[in-house]
Design a protein. Structure first.
Length: 303
């Protein structure tokens, strides 16, 4: 069983279904409202646990009802929450999500306690959690804490996976500590300064990122699947044909599937196939953590 550590965010998602996404300044009536556990870090941790990994979470929540709900949910998933600190000085992070009838979404995040994660907390937690196989990182936590975590994992020989979302410029020191980079098209465009609208453009951008001496770049392409690139191969994984209900957290499911596969010793392409299946099943259901599939469901899709 792979041991995966996630250093990242825990949010409560406040989700409204609407006929369409509103225009600037426009008010429209929604269908229904739900509160659903989320946050890119917590989402990836839950997917990894459902896919069969041993998972430890490192992060922060507020001393409030949302924080307690998030911790309870992760504990029910079998995730080690020993290193999720309860912060009395900041509220639990939230994400306000609007989802239209086509399953597309618009998201605004208020980070709260997530942005009080410190480099010292991240490094100390990773030191305690050794040995582990894979570290998963995203960018909903302070960049200095993400960098400290990446360096700690690299020092002990664990594989470092970075999902560079939300998109932002990254220092060379962070990319130098990453083994597998999993951006979407807009994130790859920001990191390279290159267009990614066409398949040919996406491949050129991915190759530019791979030249940073990464083991692999896996570029997620939304409804067009994913591009998997290593030093020796470049393979396009086509999308699975599914009915889209809500695209929220599909990327998180993909990243976690890759992490679990790599933690179990799969080749990069096979790990990406596991992630591709997990992401496809996620869009068929409403919400973030409420939508994530089990290992059995993903394997049934891949047969």
């Amino acid at each position: 069983m792979a041991h995966i550590v996630v250093v990242g965010s825990l949010n409560m998602d406040l989700v409204v279904r609407t006929p369409r996404l509103p225009l600037p300044g426009e008010t429209i009536l929604g269908h229904d409202f739900r509160t659903i556990p989320g946050g890119k870090g917590a989402n990836q941790a839950v997917v990894a646990a459902r896919l069969g990994a041993r998972v430890s979470m490192v992060g922060r929540v507020g001393d409030d009802a949302f924080g307690r709900t998030l911790l309870d949910q992760m504990a029910r998933e079998g995730i080690d929450i020993t290193h999720v600190r309860v912060d009395e000085a900041a509220p639990t992070g939230i994400a306000m999500i609007t989802v239209d009838n086509e399953g597309q979404n618009s998201i605004v995040v208020a980070s709260g306690a997530n942005f009080r994660l410190t480099p010292a907390q991240a490094a100390a937690a990773l030191d305690t959690l050794q040995p582990y196989d894979v570290l998963m990182l995203q960018l909903e936590s302070p960049l200095d804490a993400v960098m400290a975590a990446a360096r700690s994992a690299r020092d002990v020989g664990a594989r470092v996976i970075l999902n560079p979302a939300p998109a932002r410029p990254l220092p060379d020191a962070l990319l130098d500590a990453v083994d597998v980079l999993i951006p979407n098209e807009s994130e790859a465009a920001l990191l390279t300064g290159m267009p990614t609208q066409t398949p040919a453009q996406a491949e050129v951008a991915a190759r530019r990122l791979l030249a940073r001496e990464l083991q692999a770049v896996i570029l997620t392409l939304g409804g067009a699947g994913a591009l998997v690139m290593t030093e020796n191969e470049s393979i396009h994984l086509p999308p699975h044909q599914v009915e889209v209900v809500d695209t929220t957290a599909a990327g998180d499911a993909f990243v976690a599937g890759v992490a679990v596969g790599l933690g179990e010793g799969m080749a990069v392409v096979e790990a990406a196939r596991l992630g591709n299946g997990a992401g496809a099943l996620t869009v068929t259901r409403m919400g973030a953590q409420s939508s994530f599939p089990t290992r059995e469901e993903v394997l049934a899709m891949l047969i």
